[in-house]
Design a protein around this ligand. Structure first.
Ligand code: SF4
Length: 277
């Protein structure tokens, strides 16, 4: 049996202490779910009022609703035209793909393209005659408007290519693993949000996903390897709830098995997704 030691017992940073200055700041920040704001909006408001030295009047309306939409698919606009939302797997698009998206927007839409917070793309203002042709375009095989559910709810942070804080190469590791899982669970119809962050800063919002992954390092047989902590049960919306960390220091080599188990048995989505297709 290989021997595995946790970072706390090796020369790696202890899990008890955040690994970077920014992570340490985040944990004591009123904006961090694990910091002073763990009570949510009320705690943030209290912190802001404390900083301002006075109470603040509420403003605006809470626009969060019970339904969630990711804009992936074909949706009717109020003006009778449609928009097509496509998934960018792993949130990384090439220059050639973007040029082709621009051509499709010019050809079938009004030349506009929009980006979503879930790393996907929208081509709006498409009239009915062009809709069928657009969905037959080869690019929409690479950036699908009707992806498997596993790929649809997949978000991954920038990772090591462009971020010095990354502990794992999120983009390179997560996408092949998620594609393989999507192929194995092709018949899954229930939404599943899986988010990856390469470090505790959590830019991938892993604490708000059904299944979240936080990058870390672990020592296995005296070798430092990429690993993740696994979180489950997070959600945003009108009743937000941070996920719970259920596993620590899972080497990425062991993760596909863990991932499939979690995805197969994860409870069916409690929040309905608004679809108007
Ligand atoms: S979560 Fe990802 S993008 Fe954010 S700081 Fe960590 S490695 Fe960088």
């Amino acid at each position: 049996m290989p021997t595995r030691t946790s970072p706390a017992s090796s020369t790696l940073p202890s899990r008890a202490a955040p690994r970077t200055a920014s992570a340490r700041r985040a944990r004591t920040s009123p904006w961090c779910p694990r910091g002073r704001a763990s009570g949510g909006v009320a705690r943030v408001r209290a912190a802001v009022e404390e900083a301002c030295g006075r109470s603040l009047e509420p403003a605006g309306e809470d626009a969060r609703g019970p339904n969630r939409t990711d804009h992936v698919g074909i949706y009717r606009q109020k003006d009778g035209r449609s928009f097509v939302g496509v998934v960018v797997p792993g949130g990384r698009v090439t220059g050639a793909q973007l040029a082709e998206v621009a051509r499709l927007a010019d050809t079938y839409g009004s030349g506009e393209v929009r980006f979503t917070t879930e790393q996907n793309l929208i081509i709006p203002n498409i009239s009915d005659p062009g809709l069928r042709e657009l969905t037959q375009e080869p690019l929409l095989k690479e950036l699908p408007y009707n992806p498997p559910e596993i790929l649809r709810g997949f978000v991954v942070c920038t990772g090591i290519d462009f971020c010095d804080l990354a502990l794992i190469d999120t983009k390179a590791r997560a996408l092949p693993m998620t594609r393989a899982l999507a192929a194995r669970l092709a018949d899954r119809k229930e939404p599943l949000r899986m988010h990856w962050s390469g470090c505790p800063a959590g830019c991938g919002n892993h604490q708000l996903a059904d299944i979240g992954f936080e990058g870390t390092k672990v020592r296995v047989n005296d070798k430092v390897v990429e690993a993740v902590d696994v979180w489950v049960g997070g959600r945003s919306g009108p009743e937000p709830r941070p996920g719970q960390r259920i596993m620590e220091n899972v080497p990425l080599s062991d993760l596909p098995e863990v991932l499939e188990y979690l995805a197969r048995f994860f409870p069916k989505q409690r929040v309905a997704r608004a679809r108007t297709q």
